[in-house]
Design a binder for this molecule. Structure first.
Ligand code: GTP
Ligand code: MG
Length: 379
């Protein structure tokens, strides 16, 4: 058997291609939505990719064309398997074909990337661009960076190492980090917001520990996450270990009272309940919290394990806030840090910290553009 990929505007378009080329006996292995090409392709309606398998009796174009009956429901075809064989065998075969199609897809994708890159880029820049795309930097963005490296080289009398130039460019695109800055004569209030389970509370404990232990600041902690008993307990434990005061605020009034109590602190951290970006109450609740807190710093916490499109959606959802920084967690759970650069480039939001592990307080650091640039160029 062989496998072939078809890409179309929608499932029925892809199905028509499959039927026309492979006939009705083709076995459909997989269907998924894929992003359109182009730097902003993800903002448009996605394309549909269908992977089909066919008997290897000749090239696909030689496969017998059959008369097509009025179009069958594509969904039915997606689950259809040939009759008559043992279920286990079919499932084994399907699994094998699935993994084969994935491998082929990845290989074809890589070759296509290489082809396109070879069209335009100096040969010594190619591997750098490939490394970026392998680290999930958006392909078009990576090529743009490659072209910029080429242009810089062309302007130089004595050509610098392209890797050095690329590193510098990446650092520029990542921008300056935005860690919390303590105000000189006034208390600073920092609030952490974001989706559920991304690591807000853990990150808050890490930051509270760093400011209390390393900066010797007077730290206060307030949590407004009163939805779960466990959430309060979690923060209580950290506060006790760090010996910093903790207040649980059940309303905006209580939050204002608690902030008054912490007037003498150098910094107050406010933890919030996780909110799905689809929650209709998100905007009003977060806005009123941020206002009641009169926050100096709002950090939108994002997990690096969330998809690029997912993160972009979350960032857009929070655009009702005038100003916020991005704080990435769980970078230890993904080898590809390209998403961070993509999001920085597209949203132009400052990145404050990155967290890569569960240990309080060690697994967090101020976003370090040089380190990330190096990471992005490593295959
Ligand atoms: N691997 C890894 N895990 C992390 C990191 N940060 C937090 N976690 C883990 O993620 C899980 C959720 O962390 P929390 O701090 O409770 O997340 P949260 O955003 O406060 O969750 P909610 O309050 O329920 O919205 C815990 O198991 C943390 O230990 C990180 O950088 N890397
Ligand atoms: Mg929490």
């Amino acid at each position: 058997m062989n496998v072939k990929r078809y890409i179309a505007e929608d499932v029925s378009g892809a199905m028509e291609q499959v039927r026309a080329e492979l006939g009705r006996d083709a076995l459909l292995l997989n269907t998924r939505k894929i992003r359109r090409p182009g730097l902003f392709g993800f903002l448009q309606k996605p394309l549909v990719e269908v992977v089909a398998a066919y008997e290897k009796t000749g090239p696909p174009s030689a496969a017998p064309r059959r008369e097509t009956t009025p179009s069958a429901d594509p969904a039915e075809r997606l689950v259809a398997v040939p009759q008559g064989g043992g279920d286990q065998k079919l499932s084994d075969l399907s699994n094998k074909l699935d993994s084969l199609s994935l491998t082929l897809g990845a290989l074809v994708g890589r070759l296509q990337t290489k082809d396109r890159i070879q069209d335009r880029l100096p040969p010594e820049v190619e591997p750098l661009v490939l490394a970026l795309t392998e680290n999930e930097v958006h392909e078009e963005f990576a090529r743009k960076l490659g072209r910029e490296v080429g242009e810089i080289q062309a302007r130089q009398e004595e050509s610098e190492d392209p890797r050095e130039i690329m590193e510098q460019l990446l650092k520029q695109y990542l921008g300056e980090p935005g860690p919390i800055k303590l105000k000189k004569y006034k208390r600073t209030v920092a609030i952490l917001v974001g989706p559920t389970g991304v690591g807000k509370t853990t990150t808050l404990a890490k930051l509270a520990a760093i400011y209390a232990l390393n900066h010797h600041a007077r730290v206060g902690v307030i949590t407004t996450d009163t939805y779960r008993v466990a959430a309060v307990e979690q923060l209580k434990t950290y506060a006790e270990i760090l010996r910093v005061p903790l207040t649980v605020a059940y309303s905006n009034e209580e939050l204002t009272d608690a902030l008054r109590e912490y007037e003498q602190c150098d910094i107050v951290f406010i933890d919030t309940a996780g909110k799905s970006p689809n929650d209709p109450t998100l905007e009003s609740e977060v806005l009123s919290l941020v206002r009641a807190a009169d926050a100096d710093e709002v950090h939108l916490v994002l997990s690096a394990t969330t998809s690029f499109a997912g993160c972009l959606n979350i960032i857009n959802t929070y655009s009702f806030l005038k100003d916020f920084k991005l704080l990435f967690t769980k970078l230890d759970e993904t080898p590809s840090w390209g998403m961070l650069l993509n999001l920085k480039f597209l949203t132009e939001r400052t990145v404050s910290y990155i967290a890569a592990g569960q240990t309080v307080p060690d697994d967090i650091e101020v976003m370090n553009p040089g380190k990330i640039a190096k990471h992005l160029l490593n295959k």
